[in-house]
Design a protein around this ligand. Structure first.
Ligand code: NAD
Length: 447
């Protein structure tokens, strides 16, 4: 069903149409211009899909996309440049170098939670690296797909970049085809399906997945600031963020203080009637909404818990038993369970039994504890005394480990992801030393 489309892209690629620096830079600049011209429409679409305010849409989607575009445009020449390396004596005379080449036709599959950012962020790197792209956005963020598709159609020919819309059936069909790379952002369960399909053609993959990212608050932490930064990270996009702090593990003696400040910041950020606040986003769909309600309806609610037909209040839960459902799956909504510990060792014991998370947030100023976390735990990213902000630094690689994903991107890493680094040796012919040739006699063996 998608054979013709993919073969058109492959022909375009094989003709070398995506290869030159001039082409890549021209299209990246055109893409930037088109995004800037359509900013208002993108914001409207994000409001329709997720109830995101224009400020939040710019800060978390349009802004980072433009930042990534600027970064790739600025550094492209350097990224494309072959890197000279030394050659051993046995190769003399020769030049050795590493040549970055594009992979070919790549598939990008994206989720609904940051529908503009998570489709375009990898796409920018794929174009910078000289590939053609088939992009499959989520079926849940239809308004954003529409404007993104319009933008991409205005910039690229179909043979260069195409958006394919679809649900599970269409994606399954797409995955039957042979791509040169698959970049997937979504849930861990679907990640397994993607990797399985990719293995049929030995297609390499990046899997940007999810999981339960803990926020651990130790007794030396600045509790007020921790509450503020956790409220920021948990409530942006109403908790529908892959790196949102999923739950809190806090020193028992600090629990009440944390709750007081967390409530205070909810009101400061979203007033005491967040459901009526236009700056507070909604849940993407009825299906996702119902799942969230079922996750917390039987739990002990410390704060919030109310909902209307599209939004759920910022909610705090008191959790005594880690075997409850909300502690077994990624929450992906504005509900924050609080668990307590009495001894620091309990934290490490608990986390050692959990899957490696996409992000680990640790609130402490204690050097020993920091060192222990750094050296004995594993997570996609580790942030001391803040949440989310590592995503905003494109000098850092972004990605998961274990069940939270494989591969990394942002900045130079996106370019690397979509490139093959070819080892090249250019042997000269003006001299040929006989030593390495047969017959390989005893005399030659250690030379
Ligand atoms: P999802 O896995 O349900 O869907 C992601 C994409 O896969 C969509 O385009 C969807 O159409 C497609 N898909 C769904 N089921 C499929 C199937 N059976 N076969 C083939 N394709 C299928 O994820 P979602 O609900 O859109 O997004 C939420 C998840 O994504 C969360 O787990 C979140 O943590 C994760 N996420 C990760 C990152 C990251 O950067 N690591 C970023 C955002 C979201």
């Amino acid at each position: 069903m998608y054979k013709e489309l993919i073969s058109k892209q492959k022909i375009f690629f094989n003709l070398g149409k995506t290869l030159s620096y001039d082409t890549r830079i021209k299209y990246l600049k055109k893409l930037k211009e088109e995004i800037v011209n359509n900013e208002a429409e993108i914001e409207d679409a994000l409001y329709k899909d997720l109830g995101k305010s224009s400020g939040e849409s710019y800060m978390t989607e349009i802004g980072p996309v433009l930042k990534e575009l600027n970064f790739q445009i600025k550094h492209l020449k350097k990224f494309m440049k072959p890197k000279k390396v030394g050659s051993p004596l046995a190769l003399f005379p020769a030049k050795s170098y590493i040549y970055p080449e594009p992979l070919g036709t790549v598939l990008i599959i994206s989720p609904w939670n940051y529908p503009f950012l998570l489709l375009l962020d990898p796409l920018i790197g794929a174009i910078a690296a000289g590939n053609t792209v088939i992009a499959k956005p989520s079926e849940f963020s239809t308004a954003t797909t529409k404007i993104t598709q319009k933008i991409l159609q205005n910039v690229f020919e179909d043979e260069y970049v195409t958006v394919v819309e679809g649900e599970v059936y269409e994606t399954t069909k797409l995955l039957e085809e042979r791509f040169d790379y698959i970049f997937f952002t979504g849930s861990t369960n679907v990640g397994k399906i993607i990797m399985n399909a990719a293995s049929k053609h030995l297609t390499p993959v990046t899997l940007e997945l999810g999981g339960k990212s803990p926020a651990v608050i130790f007794n030396d932490a600045d509790i007020k600031l921790a509450a503020k930064r956790i409220a920021f990270g948990k409530l942006i996009n109403a908790g529908q963020t892959c790196i949102a702090p999923d739950y809190i593990l806090i020193d028992k003696t600090k629990k009440e203080e944390f709750i007081t400040y967390y409530k205070m910041y909810i009101e400061e950020f979203y007033t005491d009637t967040p459901l009526e606040n236009d700056l507070y986003p909604k849940i993407i769909s009825k299906k996702h909404f119902d799942r969230l309600i079922s996750l917390y309806k039987d739990e002990d609610i410390l704060f919030g818990g109310k909902y209307n037909d599209v939004k759920i209040e910022p909610t705090l839960l008191d959790i005594k038993d880690v075997n409850v459902k909300i502690m077994q799956e990624e929450i992906f909504g504005p509900i924050l369970p609080i668990l307590t510990f009495e001894k620091v060792n309990e934290v490490f014991e608990y986390l050692s039994k959990e899957e490696k998370p996409l992000a680990f947030y640790a609130f402490t100023r204690n050097k020993e504890i920091k060192k222990r976390i750094l050296t004995t735990t594993s997570s996609g990213g580790l942030i001391f005394n803040d949440t989310l902000m590592h995503f905003a630094n494109n000098n850092l690689p972004f990605g998961g480990v274990g069940y939270s994903g494989m591969g990394k991107y942002h900045g130079i890493d996106t370019f690397k992801t979509f490139s093959h680094y070819k080892a090249v040796v250019d042997r000269k012919t003006w001299l040929d030393i006989n030593i390495r040739y047969q017959p390989i006699t005893e005399k030659k063996k250690r030379i």
